[in-house]
Design a protein around this ligand. Sequence first.
Ligand SMILES: *Cc1c(COP(=O)(O)O)cnc(C)c1O
Length: 488
Amino acid sequence: MSFDRDRGLNVEENLLFEKGTNGACGVDLPEPKNTALRTGFPAREKIGLPEVSEPQVMRHFVRLSKLNYAIDTGLYPLGSCTMKHNPRLNEKVARHPGFAQIHPLQPEGTIQGALEVIYTVQQWLAKLSGLPHVTLNPAAGAHGEFAGIMVIHKAHEARGKVRKTVLIPDSAHGTNPATAAACGYETRTIPSTKEGTVDVDAFKNMLNDDVAALMLTNPNTCGLFEPRAKEIADVLHKAGAYFYCDGANFNALVGRVRPADFGVDVMHFNLHKTFSTPHGGGGPGCGPIAVTEELAPYLPVPKIVKHGDHYHLVTEDKNSIGRLKGFNGQFGMAVRALSYMMSHGADGLRQVAEDAVLGANYILSQLRELYHVPFPGTCMHECLLTDKLQKDKDVTTGDIAKTLIEYGIHPMTVYFPLVVQGAMLIEPTETETKASLDHFIAVMKMIAQKAAAGDSAELKNNPISSPRKRLDEVRAARNPVLKWASQG
Ligand SMILES: *Cc1c(COP(=O)(O)O)cnc(C)c1O
């Protein structure tokens, strides 16, 4: 057995799986030895399953799992994504047989506890947002946006005039314009000021009676609170349009600010960002929306209503935008979120927001001398830096991110928001210790010092000890190999 840096220690096991079983590699498949298994089936071809022991299988997958980087491994400061710790308590509660082994087709009388969980999460979200009506049906943040904009569309329809435009600031997440377009709207982009917030004068000039809604992320994707949000809401409402808040950054506000108080009509939450449910590679997730009294009739079905002590599912409603999801959405996420909410309590959730904002500002204050900070003042739950000071020395945001990998830290979000050149968006989340933030800061300082000293060769070559090295981007662009696995 030999050590291969790319593959790890167990080279033989690696070959066993990667070559022995994969016809695409051009290696002869081993003869399946278990004839007893085959006699029962009229197998037309040998399927070539390898004969391996349980320890071999276990080692193979454990070795692969060690190549993964997760919040369980270290700091994961991916801005805009809120990569939070998923408390083990959530998982324990979600696996309780009373939750895990029920079926959505069971009679309503036998799933009262599950309906109560969903209903209770709705109530918590209503309280935290200040918006009285909530649905947990959407399966992700973007799906929540879709639900929210469809609700707004229905409301305009009910008023008798369909409007065609949705306004979206240029710093928005790509899902906002995609959602508006998917709902049939034309989108118009509101510019940002040099302070990184909405240019309110430009917004006012763009507003007319064809505007259905504004989609605003608050705090925005530059990590800044929109200080004129209430004024924006008032102007919108006067023009007969609705205020949609992308609440993906609610982790910075939870327990401190209720979006309804700055005039929001509809907002979505990402349970996987603010309420610690797993991100899960795009799903299955949950992106609830909360709406005003006026918009409540249009919420998707099924809706849960409470009669006395009984929870009842309403599946037909002529005003509703209809059904978004099979059954009642991702129930397991509701259980996890409720576990998080109840174990933190109202004061604990407020502290989440405070600690998230404190951590981001600590990083900002420690790095502001060495990195260019595009916007003045303090930040919310994530801080934004750029590579402007390093660029003279030929060191870019990409080099900085890849050097973090070399030092065992997951990079921050890079080159987003698009409105800021060479952006590095750093979101530490509230559960990081000061020691962990200090380690990140020390590595970032070291990188800046190396760049300043003209030591760019190493930075441009990193990472050198990770399983995958840097791609030769020029060669990849000029001579792309568009096959998922090439031979030889
Ligand atoms: C994450 C995010 C979204 C999309 O949420 P998903 O759950 O990934 O669909 C939308 N807007 C902002 C600002 C986000 O950060």
